[in-house]
Design a protein. Sequence first.
Length: 196
Amino acid sequence: MTVRGSTAYEHVQDLPPRVQAAMAIASAQEFDHSCAPEQGRLLSVLARGYVGLRVGETGTGCGVGLAWMLHATGATTSFVSIEIDATRAEASVELFADQPNVRVLNGDWTELHAFGPFDLLVLDGGGKGKEPGDDPPLDPSDGWLALGGTIVLDDFTPGDRAHDEARRYWLDHPCLQATELLLTPTLSTVVARRIR
Ligand SMILES: C[S@@+](CC[C@H](N)C(=O)[O-])C[C@H]1O[C@@H](n2cnc3c(N)ncnc32)[C@H](O)[C@@H]1O
């Protein structure tokens, strides 16, 4: 089983303060689906390549991934993240209230399109088309992702055939150069750059 959320952070030292604060909110809300520390570190490495540019995220949760990315970039990078759950969205708005470059919205992931195209786009709560019954995956070339931009699709399980259709959609998309990275034995992430 993929270890995410509070459990995955139990023995992690030296977290950036805002990641720690986001995890405290997640624990208080008993929300156990925050991005894993390995994913957070990957997000911070990727975000570092887009300082001063535009980052979008579906599924803010309690703001853990956002906090990792903000830590790596700073005030010149603009972030828009959208979360359908009002309680989590409100807590994340408060968490980033001192950062005018971070906007957290309460709404459906499809509303994020109006703020694109993004230079870095993280799909963690809609747009991935991973689970049966999900919305179909978005088309990154349709106003979502800038040319040369990077898209990140968290939370695949290595070897899980149930997700093969979504995995292939992203890995074989004609506009993307993509690969799947193994972050832990039970967690992988597809990372892709828009090439046309
Ligand atoms: C895996 S969690 C996100 C974790 C978060 N990105 C982080 O870094 O900790 C997925 C989130 O997506 C949200 N979500 C689910 N469906 C959504 C939708 N249609 N639009 C926006 N957010 C959605 C869920 O409420 C949940 O908070």
